[in-house]
Design a protein around this ligand. Structure first.
Ligand code: NDP
Length: 326
């Protein structure tokens, strides 16, 4: 099995990973970036991005990711296909395995593996999601396209409440589908949606099918799980806000994670509990989850990694992997 040594390994290829790569490459860290199973990350499932500063006329998610990749490669980031399947952060050098085979030893690791929005899994939901025809898991990203229209949102947590409230300021009407007879959200968030005139809350209600004309969403058929009665709600947008899953499983034995699996960073930095391992983007962020915030923390991770490298050249990590001077 081949072993390769790199100064900086970046895992993940969304806005966080590519921004980290741009900064790391320009600092001469010769980063190697593995793209993972969904090159470009969550943005490749978004149609139009209109809120990333600098794109006056907007840009599609996939196009933006191609541009970020090219920008990272312009400074000689080594962007590779491949999936990191295993890591070992116990020793003086950090180890990672690509596709369960090739072994990489890295002085610094920047984790930018992101999070995946959870969906209901209905065939009709997935169909219109793939078509870009009205299914979304991000109100802040896509709500603007539904101005003065009627939309449906599923979920009853803080995210769903926050997104429903955001949508209520843009849309004519927001129907919120809550599967139990109560919210999971905090009382204050619940009160906010309850007190918003154009949000209708349907309790004990689940989605049976996302309706459409073959191209775009036209409504939602819902069922009351107590009475079993069904009815159709006209809507042009179907928002799913039932949670996100951070892509952090392979790190759980080494890094401090919160109860949902988000990596804990040292506040105000991109540092994790392991020296030389940094985190950026949605893998550590359940609050903002925007391309621009991911890019910002990608920059932080590269700067922190560069400073760590500079310090460890003077004071190398000891056998237990501890560099107490950093
Ligand atoms: P949560 O896990 O808190 O809530 C998920 C919601 O989706 C629950 O109400 C759940 O219903 C519902 N749900 C799950 N699966 C389905 C399904 N198949 N059909 C219908 N409904 C479903 O996720 P959030 O993303 O809302 O929040 C994650 C974390 O982030 C929380 O800790 C939250 O407090 C935090 N957060 C904080 C914010 C803030 O403070 N401003 C903003 C956003 C998030 P059920 O209740 O029945 O299980």
């Amino acid at each position: 099995m081949s072993v390769e040594h790199v100064k900086c390994l970046i895992i993940g290829s969304g806005p966080a990973g590519y921004t980290a790569a741009i900064y790391a490459a320009r600092a001469n860290m010769k980063p190697v970036l593995y793209q993972g199973t969904q090159p470009g990350g969550q943005l490749t499932t978004t149609n139009e991005v209109e809120n990333f500063p600098g794109y006056v006329d907007g840009v599609t998610g996939p196009e933006m990711m191609i541009q970020l990749q090219k920008q990272a490669e312009r400074f000689d980031t080594d962007v590779r296909d491949g999936w990191i399947t295993k890591v070992d952060f116990t020793g003086p050098v950090h180890k990672a395995w690509v596709n369960g085979d090739k072994e990489i030893h890295a002085n610094t690791v920047i984790i930018s593996t992101g999070a995946s929005a959870m969906y209901l899994g209905l065939e009709s939901e997935q169909k219109y999601l793939k078509l870009g025809g009205g299914v979304s898991a991000c109100a802040v990203c896509d709500g603007f396209f539904y101005r003065n229209q009627e939309v449906v949102i599923v979920g009853a947590g803080d995210s769903a409440c926050e997104e429903a409230h955001y949508l209520s300021k843009l849309c004519k009407k927001v129907t919120m589908l809550v599967r139990r007879d109560e919210f999971r959200a905090s009382k204050i968030m619940e009160a906010r949606v309850r007190n918003t005139e154009n949000i209708e809350i349907l309790f004990n209600t689940e989605t049976e099918e996302v309706l459409g004309d073959g191209q775009v969403v036209t409504g939602v058929r819902v069922v009351n799980n107590k009475t079993k009665e069904t009815h159709e709600i006209p809507a042009t947008g179907f928002f799913v806000a039932i949670g996100h899953k951070p892509n952090t499983d392979i790190f759980k034995d080494y890094l401090d994670l919160d109860a949902t699996g988000y990596i804990k960073n040292i506040p105000g930095t991109a540092k994790t509990n392991v020296d030389g391992v940094f985190v950026s983007g949605d893998a550590a962020d359940h609050v903002y989850r925007q391309a621009i915030t991911a890019a910002g923390t990608g920059c932080m991770a590269a700067l922190d990694a560069e400073r760590y490298l500079a310090a460890s050249e003077v004071f190398p990590r000891d056998k237990a992997g501890v560099n107490s001077t950093y």
